[in-house]
Design a protein around this ligand. Structure first.
Ligand code: GDP
Length: 455
């Protein structure tokens, strides 16, 4: 019997509505103890699933708020168990008080991710879908939200399941052929086995190759904005952020430390660092900032190098151009509203993507967005295609692919089906782990511990 759990499902701040979610065998009985319908002749106890009642929350025999109780009956609920959601007014106090009433009535507090874990354990979703719930909640940009929602709908699960089905069919035939050589077992033609293995290889290779791009779109890109003092880094950052975050002044060297901010640029998210102006400096504090700027450049996945087109390029600019070589970097030639003095050929020759902009006078960030996507190689990213959402999923695919490649090699060498089947089975195990059908308790617990309580 599943213990009945409860938690606040909505955010930890005041809002129009707050939801307390209860799940388990006694969910309806417990909700019935704290919720009194307006129509005193009715009760939650005999309410069918997908029905709601309006009433009051009762705490210590006192009405504390109006509420709507929404009842779901097992197995047709998020967790697959009986579920009641109590929607109350979204003040922090009222929401917490309602949860307290529910706990006093016999529910126990839910662990992080326990609702989704139950959904997974009750077969409502596989592990990739459960992981996508956490990704969807933490999505900051359109591509991340879309990719996570597609995964939740089963796009990755379906792709993997198709591979699994054909591999398992072949494996069963190979096992039968090995175990019962004298029986009339349908023959597995070598060409069919090869086709299945090559198809699995193609699907897995595709997923692995798209992993980094998927991560870029889901997690966002660590971006360092660099350039000599007064090039316009802070102005550019403010343009991207859309409000005054970095301090902009005419005195060189004002941005002394790294300012960090995440911004949405089209459907991509950039985690920006506006670094101290790069130049030789006697000022101790500023020097630390400049060193940090170089460190940041080394660790960032993307560098946006800003140059002042109204001034001759100086040694610091040249140093910066050199340092950007071999990195994913976009050059921004700023202050195009002023006369061009800088020799921009040097910049154009060094960077794959160059954007001309007047950061102070424009609000069009599309050219920068396009340049950044080109440099990152995500211009054609399709958020609706199945993608691997995390390292765990990627490792399972990688291990499965290694086994498939070995199986294809064994087939080329003319090895017998019993040898090939060992590799095919290992690949199947990895894919079963990926979707959670063979995942260890530790892996499952680890995944759900990263969720928030109430999800
Ligand atoms: P940072 O030191 O690189 O962060 O440079 P700031 O963003 O603080 O800008 C330095 C100065 O250049 C400020 O006075 C800005 O207003 C000015 N500035 C920035 N962008 C432009 C631009 O596109 N055109 C002009 N004319 N001035 C700009």
């Amino acid at each position: 019997m599943a213990k009945t759990i409860a938690a606040i499902a909505t955010g930890n701040s005041a809002g129009g509505i707050g939801v307390i979610r209860i799940s388990g065998d006694n969910a309806v009985e417990i909700a019935n103890k704290v919720f009194e319908p307006m129509n005193k002749n009715s009760s939650l106890l005999n309410l069918e699933g997908y029905r709601a009642k309006f009433g009051n929350i009762i705490y210590n025999n006192e009405k504390i708020d109006n509420a709507v109780a929404l009842v779901f009956r097992a197995p047709k609920s998020y967790t697959g168990e009986d579920v009641v959601e109590l929607s109350v007014h979204g003040g922090i106090f009222i929401v917490e008080k309602t949860l307290e009433a529910v706990l006093n009535a016999g529910a126990i507090p839910a662990d992080a991710g326990e609702f989704t874990k139950r959904a997974f354990l009750n077969g409502k979703m596989d592990l990739t879908q459960a992981e996508s719930v956490a990704d969807l909640i933490s999505a900051e940009g359109e591509a991340a939200a879309k990719a996570s929602f597609n995964a939740l709908q089963g796009s990755l699960s379906n792709k993997i399941s198709n591979v699994l089905t054909s591999l398992t069919d072949c494996s069963a035939l190979m096992a039968a052929w090995v175990d019962y050589p004298d029986e009339e077992i349908p023959e597995l033609k070598e060409e069919n086995l090869r086709e299945t293995l090559v198809n699995a290889k193609d699907v897995l290779t595709d997923l692995i190759e798209n992993y980094e791009n998927g991560q870029t779109m889901i997690q966002g890109v660590d971006t360092a904005i660099v350039g000599r003092p007064n090039a316009g880094k802070s102005t550019l950052m403010n343009l991207l952020v859309g409000r005054e975050k970095s301090i902009v002044t005419k005195i060189a060297g004002t941005t002394r430390d790294i300012v960090e901010e995440s911004v949405r640029l089209g459907n991509i998210v950039l985690h920006l660092s506006d670094t101290a102006g790069i130049r030789e400096s006697d000022d101790v504090v500023e020097s630390i900032g400049i060193q940090r700027a170089f460190d940041k450049m080394d660790s960032a996945s993307l560098v946006v190098a800003v140059f002042d087109s109204s001034k001759e390029l100086n040694d610091d600019d040249i140093k910066l151009i050199e340092k950007c070589k071999g990195k994913k970097a976009v050059a921004v030639i700023n202050k195009t509203d002023l006369d061009e003095v800088a020799n921009t050929d040097l910049i154009k020759n060094a960077f794959k993507e160059v954007v001309y902009i007047s950061a102070k006078h424009t609000d069009d960030t599309k050219p920068l967005e396009d340049a950044i996507k080109n440099v990152l190689g995500v211009s054609g990213f399709d958020a609706s295609a199945p993608i691997l959402a995390n390292r765990r999923q990627k490792n399972c695919c990688k291990n499965a692919l290694d086994n498939i490649n070995e199986a294809i090699g064994a087939l080329d060498l003319g090895l017998t089906y019993d040898a090939i089947n060992v590799m095919a089975d290992s690949a199947i195990d990895e894919l079963l782990s990926l979707v959670g059908k063979k995942a260890t308790v530790e892996v499952v617990n680890n995944i759900f511990s990263k969720f928030c309580v109430g999800k």
